[in-house]
Design a protein around this ligand. Structure first.
Ligand SMILES: *Cc1c(COP(=O)(O)O)cnc(C)c1O
Length: 338
């Protein structure tokens, strides 16, 4: 492989194979292997017109022992079923999902980055309505596909605290909308505000609850958490996507002897946290240096401005250590593939 493993970003890179499966006449067909990066699609497909689509994101790692580990893919399978129920996609059975993910990883083995660089194979399952409908109704045909690509650490600057902007003039999701599902429509709804945050020099936008604008919702495409008084605190809201990284960090925090609270988190509580950050598969944890509330002219500051705080550092090192096999996985989170 002539890939520059040390300088991978978070970009599409062609790998050799993807796998696909079509749901027709009420049932899933065979899982097929393809080396084509394109998908022939009916111009009336519901995913194109009405956003009838859901996706997932997860990673596989090479350990120091040279073995391949996939992290919690059964959880992604279950979440994609919840998304499917929410927007009337055909549900992909857990076994089919896991088989497809494992197959893509093994077929693209040579693209899994070597141990020790913070890089991984990013796996992207996708479930879309491919049957044509011009009226607003669910498709009768669906396509499930999984592809993968090697990625580096999400932030090229490395594991460093970043600045975040509170967004008060956009919402990502409505209280009884689709924010709790991993569907493309939420991402389309967030693009303008995230791009505005980038233009103003921030890493991303922090959304507040759409109804009252009192509580913290999500941070771009990641969950928020804060640390104070030996407690890991993360917002509870019906419009937040339940992050698998967040649930893993909560379990780790408990093993560190910390308390865990899942509850509404008022914006003003940002002043009380000792450390804050966002979490998700892509970046694992993004520690915050500042959270700026432009409209209220308040800046919340964390740490020394250069290094992540001690709790975030320990959470990050433990989680990534379990993922690549450096730390024993007592939770049964990883599946070793070879
Ligand atoms: C995928 C996603 C996350 C992170 O979830 P993980 O399971 O940790 O990758 C957080 N928020 C949103 C909106 C997401 O789509």
């Amino acid at each position: 492989m002539d890939l520059d493993w040390k300088n991978l970003g978070f970009d599409i890179i062609k790998t050799d194979y993807n796998v696909r499966c079509v749901f027709q006449d009420g049932k899933w067909g065979e899982l097929e292997v393809s080396s084509d990066q394109y998908l022939p699609i009916h111009i009336g497909a519901t995913c194109l017109h009405y956003g009838q689509e859901s996706f997932e994101g997860l990673k596989a790692f090479t350990g120091a022992d040279g073995r391949i580990r996939i992290f919690r893919h059964e959880e992604n399978a279950r979440r994609m079923i919840r998304s499917a129920k929410g927007i009337l996609l055909a549900e992909v059975p857990v076994e089919l999902f896991m088989e497809a993910v494992e197959k893509v990883v093994l077929l693209n083995k040579k693209y899994i980055p070597p141990y020790g660089l913070g890089a991984s194979l990013y796996i992207r399952p996708l479930l879309i309505g491919t049957g044509p409908e011009v009226g607003v109704r669910p498709a009768k045909e669906f396509t499930f596909l999984v592809f993968a690509m090697p990625v580096g650490p999400y932030f090229k600057e490395g594991f460093k605290p970043l600045d975040i902007m509170i967004c008060r003039d956009h919402d990502r999701a409505a209280p009884l909308g689709t924010g709790h599902l991993k569907v493309g429509g939420n991402y389309a709804a967030s693009m303008a505000s995230i791009s505005e945050a980038h233009q103003k020099g921030f890493a991303t936008a922090m959304y507040l609850d759409a109804k009252e604008k009192k509580y913290i919702d999500e941070c771009g495409p990641a969950n928020f958490f804060g640390i104070k008084d030996n407690t890991y605190i993360t917002p509870k809201s019906d419009s937040i996507l339940p992050s698998i990284t967040n649930s893993s960090l909560q379990m780790l925090a408990e093993t560190f002897g910390m308390k865990v609270e899942t509850r509404p988190v008022p914006v003003e509580e940002l002043a009380e946290f000792e450390e804050t950050g966002a979490c998700g598969t892509a970046a694992v944890i993004t520690p915050f240096r500042k959270v700026v509330d432009i409209d209220k002219d308040i800046t919340y500051m964390y740490g020394d401005g250069v290094n992540p705080g001690p709790v975030i550092l320990k959470l990050y090192e433990t989680l990534t250590g379990i993922q690549n096999g450096d730390i024993e996985d007592t939770f049964g989170w990883t599946k070793i593939l070879d």
